[in-house]
Design a protein around this ligand. Structure first.
Ligand code: SAH
Ligand code: SF4
Ligand code: F3S
Length: 465
C-alpha cells in the first residue's frame, strides 16, 4: 500500500503476545518485518489496522485464551467496519502451528494463520490479505532458514536487556509436551549471525543479552570455518563484545548441561550466576514415563557440579504435578528434591493433557482435585525457598543493572545478578547503567536497595502539601 508519494502509508499494528520469551522475541521480529509496509506498533488493540495474536499452546488454559481474545477482536473489527475501516486479524505462534486452518473454521474473523517457522512470509501474507485474500494459512516447516530472511533490527528503540533466539525447536519429545510439534526440529543459528545481531543490539545501548532456545544448551551452531560451536563457545565469543556486560541463557535441559558449560559459571565473569534447569518431577518412574531420559540422581549430580564452581548460583526450575500415574508417593519425591535443591526461583504447573501428545492418551490421568492440592502444597514450599534466597541477599552489596522506572515516582528498577528485581530511589540517568547497590530489604516479589558510596544522589526537595 503506497500513498501518492510512493511511500508506504501509515498503518497501525497491535501485537498481543502470550507464552514464553521466544514468543516475545518473535513478536519484535514480526513488527520489524512489517515496518517496510508502513505498519507501526500501537498499544491500542481496538484502533489497529492489523491485530496479531502471538499464541502459546503449552497448556490448555494458554491455548484457550486465544479464542476469548478473538471474541474481543471480533467486536472491535465490527465497530471499525461501521466506521468504514477494515481490520486484519492474524493468529501466529504455537496455536497457529498446532491448529492451522481449524482456527479459521472456529473463528472466521481470522484472516491469516502463520506458524513460528514462517514469519519471514508474514509481510507477503499481509499484503495478500490487504488485496482481499481470505483464509491464508502458512504452517509448513519451510526448508529455508527464517532468520536469514527476517530483517535486521531497526535502530532507535532503547532497551537495556534483550533476548536473542539462538536455538529453536526440539527433538526430545517429552511425552507431555507440544513444543516438538509446534516449533519443529532442533535448529541452531549460525554463530556469525548471532554475533552480528548482538553487536547491533550493543550499539543501541543493550547491556544484557539472554540467549533463548527451547533447549538452549543443545545449541550447536556451525562456524564460518565449518567448526561446531557449542553454547559455551558462543558465550565466550559474545563475552568479547565490549559493551555487553551481562549474559544469560534459557531454557536448559539437564541432559545437555556439559562440563564446559558448567565451568563457564566460574570462568566467564559476564555470565550471570543464574541457571534455569527444569527437573519436572522427582520420581524416576515418572521421569521415565515423561521420556526425560535422566534420573533425579543425575539431575542432583549436575546441580552439585554447578554449585561447586559457583556456590552462590541462583537455581531456577520448572515442575509439573499430576502427570498421568503420579501417586502421592511420587509427589513426595518432587517435594523432597525441591527441598534439597532449594531453588531461588521456580515455575510449577498442573499437568495439562495436550492433543497429539503420548501422555494425553494414558488412562491413569490424575484427578483435577489432586493436581490442585499438590500444586498448592508445592508452591507454598517453593515460595518459602524463594523468600529465603531473597532474604539471604539482604545486607549484601550487589551490582544492579537498571532497566527502567520503578513503581513509585523517583524510583528506578533493575536486576541483580540473580535476576531479582531491585528497586531504589535514584535518578533515571542510571537506567542502562550498572551500579553497586546495598540491599536493605526483601519484599514478596522484589528487593529494596540503596546506593551510597561515592554516589551523588540527593533526596529531591519535598513539595509542601
Ligand atoms: N524445554 C524445556 C521446557 C519448555 S516448556 C525443558 O525441557 O525443560 C516450559 C515448561 O512448561 C516445561 O518445563 C514444563 O514444566 C511446562 N509444560 C510443558 N508441557 C506441559 C503440559 N502439558 N502440562 C503442564 N506443564 C507443561
Ligand atoms: Fe518440551 Fe521436552 Fe522439548 Fe522441553 S525438552 S521443549 S519439555 S519436548
Ligand atoms: Fe508456548 Fe510455544 Fe513458547 S507453546 S511456551 S509459545 S514455544
Amino acid at each position: 500500500m503506497s500513498n501518492k508519494l510512493g511511500m508506504p502509508s501509515r498503518k497501525k499494528l497491535h501485537i498481543k503476545t502470550f507464552g514464553c520469551q521466544m514468543n516475545a522475541y518473535d513478536s519484535e521480529r514480526m513488527a520489524e518485518a512489517l515496518e517496510p509496509a508502513g505498519y507501526r506498533l500501537t498499544d491500542d488493540a481496538d484502533d489497529a489496522d492489523l491485530v496479531i495474536l502471538n499464541t502459546c499452546h503449552i497448556r490448555e488454559k494458554a491455548a484457550e485464551k486465544v479464542y476469548s481474545e478473538l471474541g474481543r477482536v471480533r467486536l472491535a473489527k465490527a465497530r471499525r467496519r461501521n466506521e468504514g475501516r477494515d481490520t486484519l486479524v492474524a493468529v501466529a505462534g504455537c496455536v497457529a502451528q498446532a491448529e492451522g486452518r481449524e482456527i479459521i473454521a472456529r473463528s472466521p474473523v481470522v484472516d491469516i494463520v502463520v506458524g513460528p517457522q514462517s514469519y519471514h512470509r508474514l509481510a507477503d501474507l499481509v499484503a495478500e490479505a490487504v488485496r482481499g485474500g481470505k483464509g491464508l494459512v502458512e504452517t509448513e516447516f519451510p526448508a529455508e532458514d527464517k532468520f536469514a530472511h527476517l530483517p535486521a533490527r531497526p535502530q532507535g528503540k532503547v532497551q537495556v536487556s534483550a533476548f536473542v533466539t539462538v536455538q529453536e525447536g526440539c527433538d526430545k519429545f517429552c511425552t507431555f509436551c507440544v513444543v516438538p510439534y509446534t516449533r519443529g526440529a532442533e535448529f541452531s543459528r549460525a554463530p556469525s549471525e548471532i554475533v552480528a545481531e548482538v553487536k547491533r543490539l550493543a550499539t543501541r545501548g543493550v547491556r544484557e543479552i539472554t540467549l533463548l532456545g527451547q533447549n538452549v544448551n543443545a545449541y550447536h551452531g556451525r562456524g564460518d570455518d565449518g567448526a561446531d560451536w557449542p553454547l559455551a563457545k558462543l558465550l565466550r565469543r559474545l563475552a568479547q563484545i565490549p559493551d555487553i556486560d551481562r549474559l544469560r541463557y534459557t531454557t536448559s535441559h539437564p541432559r545437555d548441561m556439559d562440563d564446559e558449560l558448567i565451568a563457564l559459571f566460574a570462568g566467564e565473569k559476564k555470565l550471570m550466576p543464574y541457571l534455569h534447569l527444569p527437573f519436572q518431577a522427582g520420581s524416576d518412574r515418572i521421569l521415565a514415563a515423561m521420556n526425560r531420559k535422566h534420573t533425579i540422581a543425575e539431575y542432583e549430580e549436575t546441580i552439585g557440579k554447578v554449585r561447586l564452581v559457583r556456590p552462590d548460583i541462583a537455581l531456577s526450575t520448572d515442575i509439573i504435578v499430576g502427570f498421568p500415574g503420579e501417586t502421592d508417593a511420587d509427589f513426595e519425591l518432587t517435594l523432597a528434591i525441591a527441598r534439597r535443591a532449594h531453588f531461588a526461583q521456580a515455575f510449577s504447573f498442573k499437568y495439562s493433557a495436550r492433543p497429539g501428545t503420548p501422555a494425553a492418551k494414558l488412562e491413569n490421568q490424575v484427578p483435577e482435585e489432586a493436581k490442585r492440592e499438590r500444586l498448592a502444597i508445592l508452591q507454598s514450599q517453593l515460595d518459602s525457598h524463594r523468600h529465603a534466597f531473597d532474604r539471604d541477599t539482604v545486607g549484601r552489596k550487589l551490582p544492579v543493572l537498571f532497566e527502567g522506572r520503578g513503581r513509585k515516582p523517583g524510583q528506578i528498577a533493575g536486576r541483580s545478578p540473580y535476576l531479582q528485581t531491585v528497586h531504589i530511589d535514584g535518578p533515571e540517568t542510571l537506567i542502562g547503567e550498572i551500579a553497586e547497590v546495598d540491599i536493605v530489604a526483601a519484599g514478596p516479589n522484589s528487593l529494596t536497595g540503596v546506593i551510597n558510596s561515592g554516589f551523588e544522589w540527593r533526596e529531591p526537595v519535598q513539595a509542601a502539601v
